[in-house]
Design a binder for this molecule. Structure first.
Ligand SMILES: [Zn+2]
Length: 158
């Protein structure tokens, strides 16, 4: 898969380093049949792609891949968050990304936390129990009471 269309945006010598970053970046992105362009490299603790970006002063910093993709698309840095329309954290397809306002971010975060508590976190909690963690330890991990964990494990255990 070629991402040649994204090249040629940076022409000045000052942006030469950026060009190299972009080359390295797109090489680690693979288009999926569902339309998502998934990051093949390292992921951060939240499951977002983590890209080693070389700054103009020669130092390196980790950038979230979807955010970097959106920066390339917009041609600028931005203050808000990079949001997915596809809910695939690994996805770097600029067509699946939009710049969120602070308000949208807060609303989305609230929605995510609701989903998280009801399903994702519960699944994770149960997995931890299966792997021998104590209910007390799992409760600490999720910042809930031990009785909550006990409830989760019973409801799903039957
Ligand atoms: Zn996507």
């Amino acid at each position: 898969m070629s991402f040649g269309g994204w090249q040629g945006w940076s022409t000045s010598a000052r942006k030469q380093a950026k060009q190299t970053n972009e080359d390295r970046f797109w090489k680690q992105v693979q288009a999926q049949t569902n339309g998502c362009w998934e990051w093949q490299g390292a992921l951060d603790k939240d499951g977002y792609g983590a890209f080693n970006h070389q700054n103009e002063d020669g130092t390196w910093s980790i950038k979230k891949c979807h955010r970097y993709s959106l920066e390339i698309k917009l041609g600028r840095q931005f203050g808000g968050q990079a949001n997915h329309t596809c809910d695939n954290r690994k996805c770097c397809n600029p067509h699946h990304l939009y710049e969120g306002t602070q308000l949208e971010n807060m609303r989305d975060a609230r929605q995510r936390s609701r989903i998280g508590t009801s399903t994702r976190e519960r699944v994770r909690a149960l997995l931890m129990l299966e792997h021998g963690f104590l209910q007390r330890e799992v409760a600490e991990e999720f910042g809930v009471g031990q009785s909550t964990i006990s409830k989760w494990s019973k409801r799903d255990g039957n």
